[in-house]
Design a binder for this molecule. Structure first.
Ligand SMILES: [Zn+2]
Length: 239
């Protein structure tokens, strides 16, 4: 059906690729075919033993762990994550989550997941940003897996400043005890998929996972992060 108003809008504001900025032929697409093809995927979702899973060995008992793509400095795919954090790009987060979720579903390693749990923001941070980007990632993943999102059971009690300029030691110190479980009864006996946007040291995910296992010892955990910094996979976990 023709919609002259929409055609006119498209003429002035055509949909563009979120990575390279080229005009897209179709409405509702996120990336052009070239960028989709060039996405630096890890393929870890299909491997039980992979560098992301190994990063958590000895620190947090997990059924499975993976990241969807490599966080490459200076690439458009790095900017993509900045966009959904700081420019209201929750729709991008949800779309990427759905792509990742399709891969997780296909792998078979994540088939038993009951609930998808986004790493929570402090309520004040959430208020400032307007939303939690990991929650939209979690929604995309959960829809692909056909399971619900649980975003009210785990909370971040402490408002901490950015981790970016901290040393490794300070980062570990900084996340210790910052999470709390408000509704353990909702998690009892469940297999949870913890979702975060970028995996760097893993300190935040470990802190959150430890808190959950202490409150609900009989639940099981897996981890999925959208991106992983390649440099963080070389040396394993360091205290
Ligand atoms: Zn593109």
């Amino acid at each position: 059906m023709k919609n002259p108003l929409r055609d006119l809008f498209r003429l002035f504001f055509p949909p563009t690729c979120a990575v390279c900025g080229r005009v897209l032929p179709e409405e509702g697409e996120l990336l052009c075919t070239t960028c989709r093809w060039e996405m630096p995927l890890t393929g870890f979702a299909r491997q039980a033993d992979n560098p992301v899973a190994r990063k958590f060995y000895g620190h947090l008992p997990l059924d499975a762990a993976s990241s969807y793509y490599y966080f490459v400095h200076g690439s458009g795919f790095r900017d993509l994550i900045h966009r959904f954090k700081y420019q209201g790009g929750w729709a991008i987060a949800q779309k990427l989550g759905a792509w990742y979720g399709a891969e997780l579903k296909e792998s078979g390693l994540y088939g038993g997941i009951d609930l998808v749990v986004p790493i929570p923001l402090h309520w004040l941070r959430r208020l400032q940003r307007g939303y939690n980007q990991s929650e939209y990632l979690a929604r995309g993943i959960a829809s692909a897996l056909g399971v619900p999102v649980e975003s009210h059971s785990v909370v971040r009690r402490v408002y901490n400043v950015s981790q970016t300029h901290r040393t490794k030691d300070e980062r570990w110190e900084n996340v210790h005890g910052i999470f709390a479980v408000r509704h353990p009864e909702r998690l009892v006996g469940r297999r949870l998929l913890l979702v975060d946007d970028v995996l760097t040291t893993g300190a935040t995910l470990i802190s959150c996972g430890e808190t959950i296992l202490r409150a609900v010892p009989d639940c099981r955990l897996s981890i999925a992060t959208l991106a992983v910094a390649r440099g963080e996979l070389r040396s394993g976990m360091e205290y």
